[in-house]
Design a protein around this ligand. Structure first.
Ligand SMILES: C[S@@+](CC[C@H](N)C(=O)[O-])C[C@H]1O[C@@H](n2cnc3c(N)ncnc32)[C@H](O)[C@@H]1O
Length: 288
C-alpha cells in the first residue's frame, strides 16, 4: 500500500506525537518536565529551534537532541525564555512604591521572593527601591529560577552597559529620583552593580513545577513566568505561592498575567488590578 501525503488532521496529530516524544526525551535527559507548559509556546520554540539548527523536521530534531547535549541545553533555554529588564513595566514599580511600601513599614522584617527571577534584573530593581525607602536592611530577598545558568549570571550582578540607558529611563518612570549610575561601576562594556545591592539577595535554583515552598513571604513576585504554563500548572503554581505568603502578603504577577482559575481567585483579592498586585485572602485560613 502506498503512503500518500498526510491530510491536515493527520499532520496535526503527527506533530502532536512528535512534540510529546521530544518533551518525554527532554524530561528523561534533563529531569525537567515541560509537559504542562503552554503547547503553543512549546511548538513555536521548537519550530524556531528547528530553523536555527537547519533541521528538516521535528523527527530529526528529536534524533539530534538524543546525541547532542549542547542542543539539549539550547532547548531548555528556549522553553524557559529569560527575557527581562530592570524596572520592567515601570508603572508596576511606581504603584508598588506608592501603595505597597507604606504597608510594609510596620513589619520588623520583610521577606521577599522573586519566583522566576531570570538573570536578576527584577530582584536588583526591587532591592534599589527598598534601599531608597529605607527598608533594604530589614529585607530578606530570595530570588529563584529553574535555570542554573540564569541564577549564576544573576549572582554576579554584571549587565551589558548599553542596556543602562533604557534601565535608567525605567528607573525614573518607576519613581526613582537619584542618579541611577550611583548604583553601579562601569567599564567599557559592563555595569557592575554595587555590593550593597548584590549582597542583599540570595539566589538559588528552584523549579516551581516540582519544588515546594521555601519560606513564608510578605511579598512574592512571579512576573512573566506562568504565562508559559497551561491552566492546570498556573493553578498549581498560584496555590504554591498562596501557601508561601504571609497572611497580609502580596502577590505580584506580570502585565499579561492574571489569576485565571476560580480556585486561585478565591485565594486572593485584587489590590491593584491594572498592575496585577493581589493581596492574600485570609478567609480560608480563618474559616470565617
Ligand atoms: C520571562 S522571564 C521573567 C523574569 C522576571 N520575572 C521578569 O518579569 O522580568 C521567565 C523566567 O521564568 C523561569 N521559569 C520558567 N519555568 C520555570 C519553573 N518551572 N520554575 C522556575 N522558574 C521558571 C525562566 O527560566 C525565566 O527565567
Amino acid at each position: 500500500m502506498m503512503n500518500g501525503p498526510l491530510n491536515i488532521n493527520e499532520h496535526v496529530e503527527h506533530e502532536k506525537k512528535q512534540i510529546d516524544l521530544i518533551l518525554e526525551t527532554v524530561h528523561q535527559l534533563s529531569g525537567f518536565d515541560f509537559n504542562n507548559y503552554n503547547r503553543n509556546h512549546i511548538k513555536r520554540r521548537l519550530h524556531l529551534r528547528m530553523s536555527q539548527e537547519g533541521s528538516s523536521d521535528l523527527t530529526s530534531l528529536l534524533n539530534e537532541i538524543n546525541c547532542n547535549p549542547q542542543l539539549l541545553d539550547k532547548i531548555l533555554n528556549d522553553f524557559s525564555i529569560q527575557v527581562t529588564t530592570m524596572f520592567r513595566d515601570p508603572l508596576f514599580f511606581l504603584k508598588f512604591r506608592r501603595n505597597v511600601i507604606p504597608l510594609l513599614k510596620n513589619f520588623p522584617e520583610i521577606y521577599v521572593w522573586h519566583a522566576g527571577c531570570s538573570t536578576g534584573e527584577e530582584a536588583y530593581s526591587l532591592a534599589i527601591l527598598l534601599k531608597e525607602e529605607g527598608l533594604l536592611e530589614r529585607a530578606r530577598i530570595y530570588a529563584t529560577d529553574i535555570s542554573e545558568e540564569a541564577i549564576n549570571k544573576a549572582r554576579i550582578g554584571k549587565f551589558p552597559l548599553h542596556r543602562m540607558n533604557n534601565y535608567r529611563k525605567n528607573y525614573y518612570a518607576a519613581g526613582g529620583e537619584l542618579e541611577f549610575s550611583e548604583y553601579y561601576n562601569a567599564d567599557d562594556t559592563y555595569a557592575y552593580f554595587d555590593p550593597s545591592i548584590t549582597n542583599s539577595i540570595y539566589f538559588h535554583q528552584h523549579n516551581l513545577v516540582v519544588d515546594g515552598s521555601i519560606n513564608e513571604f510578605h511579598i512574592i513576585l512571579c512576573r512573566n513566568v506562568c504565562i508559559y504554563f497551561n491552566a492546570d500548572l498556573q493553578n498549581h503554581v498560584h496555590q504554591l505561592l498562596h501557601a508561601s505568603l504571609h497572611n497580609e502578603g502580596f502577590l505580584c504577577l506580570g502585565d499579561q498575567e492574571s489569576l485565571i482559575s476560580l480556585d486561585s481567585k478565591k485565594y486572593f483579592q485584587e489590590f491593584d488590578a491594572k498592575c496585577k498586585i493581589y493581596k492574600k485572602n485570609d478567609y480560608f485560613r480563618s474559616g470565617s
